[in-house]
Unconditional design. Sequence first.
Length: 408
Amino acid sequence: MNMQTGHSGAARILMVAPQPFFAPRGAAFCVYQYINALVTLGYGVDLVTYSIGEDVALPGLTIYRTPALPFVRAVKPGFSLAKFPLDLLLFLTALWRLCRGRYRYLHTHEEAALIGALLAPLFRCRHLYYMHCDLSQLVGENPLVVSCVRAAQALMIRCADAIVAFYPECAGKAKKIAPRKSVYVILPAPVDAALSPPSQVDVEKLRQQWAPNGSPIILYTGTLEKYQGIDLLLRSAALVTEVLPAARYVIVGGTPEQVERFRELARQIGVEKHVHFVGQRPLQEMPCYMALADVLVSPRTGGTHTPLKLYTYLRSGRPVLATDILSHTQVLSPAIAMLAPPTPQGLAQGTLSLLRDAIRAEELGKRGQHFANEHYSWDVFLEKNRQLSEEFMNTGGSCQAFFNDFDE
């Protein structure tokens, strides 16, 4: 075949990702996981992404960054005005790469699928769209803006040759828009899947730092964006610590500005002595933090986008507490996690139930870990990507059963 080849002779892919890459947040982790799967399978990946982010070393990966904009130094998760000039540069950089290279396959993430819709027909590429979420949920509540984004996303879906949906609700939306389109549900593997288990010595050091008296620890990891429900978590902490004054909350993640804002809220609520904000920490430390927790919590308040942290939470074997919303229940069930109403009272009651009933907490943790190993392990993720690639690259095989099995 006449195409660029990767490090083992397989097809070389042009991938376009409209995120700071690499950055310690969900979308960038997902992009990394899919690139890692592709290069592990022998494909070469040329990644076009923003000028913002840290370089990563993966055999078979080459990163092409957009020109830097002096007035844009960071991009927050979700929708932002900074994305307009950045995505224009992303389009021009992708166009430059397509003119320079002879690619047959174009992979796009999130809104970059609009770039794929424009460029794939022009350069006769097969276009695979990684649909992270319903983009219309990220742009606020202005009816005109939401309608425009919905129309743009429908165009992305219809113009792609195939779609990888990151969760079932997302796949359902894509199938409704384009019933004849190939849509595959491939949930990301835990971001710490390749890391070694933590040593007991390291875990104990952390515990001495945050709860030296053997206090129970409720742990949150992730961004501190509004939709994550950190305010809900802090208000529930006030109710929990009234009953269990020894309880300690450790919150990992967030920018310095976000951390300071929530510290002020904790002071106003009166729980500042019970809540420790750690800020962003390296991925390599996450297994230690997971092992530290008596309860892992996800207090998200809305949306349908399943948080990437859930897969890591489940894999850890610690009991998981999450709000009972679609964002969580697409993956979680009462058999593997404690689900609580998205209110301070509901979250507090769920926390106290897990802290008071150690046997139930341990059982949930074990069942969650088993479920994660069976459905969300790196091996399962890699096999799904292998079969998808075989079908998409026209080399035989079929992975449509993966969507059917999950849908059932």
